[in-house]
Design a protein around this ligand. Sequence first.
Ligand code: PDD
Length: 277
Amino acid sequence: MSICYLNGKFLDLKEAKISPLDRGFLFGDAIYEVIASYNNKPFKIEDHLDRLFINLKDIKISINYSRQEVKNILESVIEKNDLSNQIIYLQISRGHEDIRDHIPGPSPSPTIFVCSFPLKNIPNAQMTAIKASLKKDFRWRKSNIKSTSLLANVMYKIQASEENFFEIILQENGYITEGAVSNVFCVKNNEVKTPSLENNILPGITRSVIIDIVNKIGIKITESKISVEDFMNSDEIWITNTTKGILLVSEIDEVQVSNSDNVYSKVLKKFIEETLV
Ligand code: PDD
């Protein structure tokens, strides 16, 4: 049995029901967070809460829960699900109304949903390198918001699965943005680069953990624009996200990349240590 939280109640996921008039369902009028819990401890929960509350403010949803109350709900869901490593999914939509109208009513009551899935791949030293494909970024202009309107991302992932790629890496006007469900990094001559937050990307929590680790191990890192040409000529390419951690990219559209894993292996080692704490 998987226990979830929905609007004030903890219940079996199979029993959880919301209205088809929920604005999350009708408009994708909702935001979400995906949080890893290693050994029953949520990883970087404060950073996820920071991003959640920034996003709520960005899309003008106000909830009747304090930050501490949201944190307590997340911790309770972790505790109620008997798995040492979990992925916690949190979604807040603007709520449901009696009629479909783009303009929200004066006081919709947000739908708050939290559930748990098993975290299958915990970071380890034997992570296999993945194959990716480079595509044009056709998403909206506010990818900094962790919106549930993920149709573009879903289309990329369907294509990736049909073409046997693990991830799609996106470029806009010749510059790398991010992956369909990840942030990206590259290494050239022992220096790390990642697209800066001005490039219409999600401020990934794993991205900031990795930036800190690279700084801590004394390797130069810059957040900037990265041309497709420089990216394809890198010594190493990595992708990062909460569910997969940090993965080396071995091929992009069947062209071999990452001839080295020199910096990657140092960063991965530290990342594993941090997730075990
Ligand atoms: N997505 N960029 C995009 C477009 C993403 O969807 C994600 C993660 C990231 C990485 O963010 P973080 O390190 O905070 O997980 C970057 C999650 C895992 C998802 O949609 O399931």
